[in-house]
Design a protein around this ligand. Structure first.
Ligand SMILES: Nc1nc2c(ncn2[C@@H]2O[C@H](COP(=O)(O)OP(=O)(O)OP(=O)(O)O)[C@@H](O)[C@H]2O)c(=O)[nH]1
Ligand SMILES: [Mg+2]
Ligand SMILES: [Zn+2]
Length: 282
């Protein structure tokens, strides 16, 4: 199969069926999906040790990644800006929080931690870098490629938080691993990602199995094992609250999405019947 487009030189030889995917609720009021990438093997969730580090946002990204049936890797960048002690504490806080995904840390500036990161890159596999703007996603790819293949902006010029990358781009490393660079995301809204949320909070799911009532909503029900765990300090209250928040947001958007789809369908039927009444085109 070959498709030609007059304005470009690209030839599409075939389209792979979409299996694993990364998507989010599109930004703004509209309730719809925005596809970020498809058929990737692993998502690298990047946070900078400097200012950007945030467990709640990490949980949000994890929910989205798990929902797309993709394995997450957590990567902390800019380790040169904090002490080894602070870094150790940061990594420990991720694990103590109940997040079990693999955590790596590196500095694009000094190259510390690079070997460990390169070890996880398997030839033939595709990795998508995700994270806020300015955390060093493009710098990481450039360093892996050994040259400034993609543009980054200097901190002095723009400061953290301004976008350097404006489109998604796939690069192939010399040894055959593929990396997708993406523009920094300000938000990653959840839509119908309940399974992804559950999968990201396995500790809470395990506790839920011990609640007295099967339909426990873990809000104020008696015999709730999750509330008991929060009470005795076994489960962090922030993590518990974020779990409820992400679930609620995901379900709420899913409901609006279905409603909108039904309305659109009804409208489509209406248009069809009106066109029919108007008779065949002359
Ligand atoms: N100190 C330090 N600075 C870094 C490191 N990695 C990246 N930077 C700097 O951080 C700034 C942003 O880096 P980028 O690679 O453009 O960040 P990005 O994640 O691609 O940002 P967007 O494309 O906007 O999403 C640049 O000035 C980099 O030089 C690091 O490990 N340590
Ligand atoms: Mg970039
Ligand atoms: Zn409960």
């Amino acid at each position: 199969m070959q498709y030609h487009n007059d304005e470009t030189l690209a030839i599409i030889h075939g389209v792979f069926p979409r299996k694993a995917f990364l998507r989010r609720k599109c930004v703004g009021k509209m309730v719809d999906f925005q596809m970020i990438a498809a058929n990737i093997d692993k998502a690298v969730i990047v946070q900078s040790c400097h200012f950007d580090f945030n467990l709640r946002r990490l949980e949000r990204y994890l929910a989205s990644v798990h929902d797309g049936h993709i394995e997450p890797i957590l990567l902390l960048t800019k380790t040169d800006l904090i002490s080894p002690d602070e870094l150790a504490k940061m990594i420990a806080s991720i694990q103590q929080n109940g997040i079990t995904s693999r955590v790596l840390a590196l500095s694009n500036l000094t190259g510390a931690g690079f070997d460990d990161f390169q070890q996880v890159l398997v030839p033939g596999q595709t990795y998508c870098l995700l994270g806020s703007s300015g955390v060093g996603k493009t710098s990481l790819i450039n360093r892996l490629m050994g040259r400034d293949a993609l543009g980054v902006k200097t901190v002095s010029e723009t400061g953290e938080g301004t976008h350097a990358t404006s489109r998604r781009q796939l690069v192939i490393l010399e040894h055959g691993a593929m990396l997708i660079d993406s523009p920094g995301m300000r938000e990653i809204g959840l839509l119908g990602a309940t399974d992804g949320v559950d999968q990201s909070f396995e500790d809470i799911l395990r506790l839920a199995a011990k609640c007295r009532y099967a339909d426990c909503r873990h809000a104020r029900e008696p015999g709730c094992a999750i509330l008991a765990a929060v009470e005795n300090g076994e489960l962090s209250e922030e993590r518990y609250r974020n779990y409820l928040k992400l679930k609620k947001e995901s379900d709420y958007h899913a409901l609006s999405y279905v409603e909108k789809r039904n309305k659109d369908k009804a409208f489509g039927r209406h248009v069809k019947s009106v066109t029919k009444q108007m008779g065949p085109k002359r």
